[in-house]
Design a protein around this ligand. Structure first.
Ligand code: NDP
Ligand code: PMR
Length: 420
């Protein structure tokens, strides 16, 4: 009760002092084709389409029909452009160059059971941080993916598919996101979508669609699209803190969701709300994927809320005082804080834990975070334990579960990204 009162008091104080202007723009590099972290000539720089053909030719010796891959795993000499994947599962993680994505990539790579494709908008940064985090050699590759450019999404998928011997893809984590709460005017993706909706939702929406056929051939395939409490209005974080997520009647999507239309509901631009709306779309997409495709493809579709990872670069637009106070507030007032490493383990758990094979679930963890994770992918208990950090199937808000809106969002998103 005490905590709740403190939350309410602080809510009004923080809202009142929220900074109103910050012109920092997120750096969006020019999209290009495949680059990786390897020293092999194939990977030394950006590969042209002719070098991809050469690459395909080199892989032909190891290539086997897709369908066989997971039936006779032991005989499969799986190779991704010279890197031996062996018996490991292939996981694509978007936004693996920072925060949650990087920590999840590290956790999965270190198990020795996953080969990680780090899908990054800034390949050099991806390579750098992978080294700093100590991802084992031969456990990952960095590939170019600019979610703010639909052609880049298509290029990423065809570059991945060019490595036929490394398919089918077994795991996909849609994690990348931007949050632009202080921009007075909207930023636009290369295709003319408002940046947070374009990157967080529409880019991933296309990516999942383009990879689904491939993934449906894999045994035990899983797709996770990261959601958030702030998109769920049935929570304190999402329901009491202004602005609330609200797709309205999708009037903005009906108009094509493109410049000058910035918001899903067609109203004037509001950066913090645009992020929350995009998270609603992420979570609705998972429900629709589950409803439409789980039965036929066997793919397990999930969403999750990792906890408030209050120190990530997601809050880059916020003022320094907020970035200092926010982790403290989340740790000691709301109790919703989670460290980056543990958050990475949580996302890895959704992808790897046999507990998480039920499709259509929005996973969360109760009881607060530990300093080190309760769950560990190598099966060994970690840390001192405690009462927190237990995974559970969370309940989404009525707005997220609203089927007519979800169906409409699905149809209009397909049109926006050129799928119908
Ligand atoms: P970060 O900013 O640390 O990571 C975001 C990642 O997305 C970065 O790798 C970033 O690349 C990448 N990215 C941004 N724009 C693009 C783009 N146009 N194309 C490709 N990649 C892009 O944030 P978090 O780790 O905190 O966020 C990860 C996920 O977790 C998001 O989906 C977020 O919504 C979710 N989440 C976060 C919470 C939190 O408290 N932080 C709480 C709930 C959910 P680069 O490294 O180049 O910037
Ligand atoms: Mg919020 C239990 C309460 C709770 C939780 C779990 C979160 C999560 N937040 C809570 C409460 C509050 N927040 C309260 C009471 C306030 C007013 C002081 C508050 C404020 C606040 C701000 C200004 N919170 C924020 C912001 C942001 O800029 C973050 C945001 O909305 O990004 C979209 C944020 C967040 N609070 C969270 C989480 C997880 C976020 C981070 C982003 C996200 O959802 O991805």
């Amino acid at each position: 009760m005490m905590r709740f009162l403190v939350i309410l008091l602080t809510a009004s104080a923080v809202s009142a002092f929220s900074p109103s202007l910050n012109t920092n723009k997120v750096h969006v590099p020019v999209p290009s084709v495949l680059t990786t972290s390897l020293s092999s000539p194939l990977f030394r720089s950006q590969a042209s389409s002719s070098s991809l053909t050469q690459c395909e030719a080199m892989l032909q010796e190891t290539e086997l029909p897709d369908k066989l891959y997971f039936e006779k795993e032991k005989e499969m000499p799986k190779v991704l452009g010279g890197l031996k994947i062996g018996l490991r599962k292939l996981v694509v993680i978007t936004g693996a160059s920072s925060g949650l994505g990087l920590n999840c990539a590290t956790t999965l790579a270190k198990t020795g059971r996953y080969f990680v494709v780090m899908a990054c908008r800034d390949v050099e940064k991806g390579k750098q941080v992978a080294k700093e985090k100590g991802l084992p050699d031969n456990s990952y590759v960095v590939m170019k993916l600019e979610l703010g450019n639909l052609q880049s999404v298509r290029d990423f998928v065809s570059n991945l598919k060019a490595f036929k011997a490394a398919r089918p893809l077994t795991h996909l984590i849609c994690n990348a996101a931007v949050y632009k709460p202080k921009d007075p005017e909207p930023a636009w993706t290369d295709d003319g979508f408002e940046m947070s909706m374009g990157v967080n939702h529409l880019g991933h929406f296309l990516l999942v669609h383009l990879l689904m056929d491939d993934m449906s051939r894999a045994k035990g395939a899983r797709v996770c699209i990261v959601g958030s409490i702030t998109g769920n209005t049935n929570t304190v974080g999402g329901g009491l803190v202004y602005p609330q997520a609200d797709l309205g009647k999708l009037q903005g999507f009906e108009k094509g969701a493109k410049k000058p239309v910035a918001m899903a509901d067609g109203k004037p631009f509001f950066g913090a709300k645009a992020y929350k709306d995009s998270k609603v779309c992420n979570m609705m997409t998972v429900s629709e994927l589950n409803r439409l495709y789980h039965k036929d493809t066997g793919i397990v579709f999930s969403s999750m809320y990792p906890g408030c990872i209050a120190e990530t670069a997601l809050f880059r637009e916020k003022r320094p005082w907020f970035r200092k106070a926010f982790p403290w507030f989340m740790k000691y007032v709301t109790g919703g804080y989670v460290g980056m490493e543990e958050a990475g383990e949580r996302l890895a758990q959704v992808i790897d834990d046999p507990q998480c094979t039920k499709s259509g679930v929005y996973w969360s963890w109760n009881g607060g975070a530990q300093t080190v994770g309760r769950w560990s992918p190598d099966g060994k208990p970690r840390g001192a334990g405690g009462s927190g950090g237990e995974i559970f199937e969370n309940q989404q808000s009525d707005a997220v579960r609203d089927l007519p809106t979800a169906k409409k969002m699905w149809k209009l998103s397909r049109e926006a990204v050129g799928l119908s």
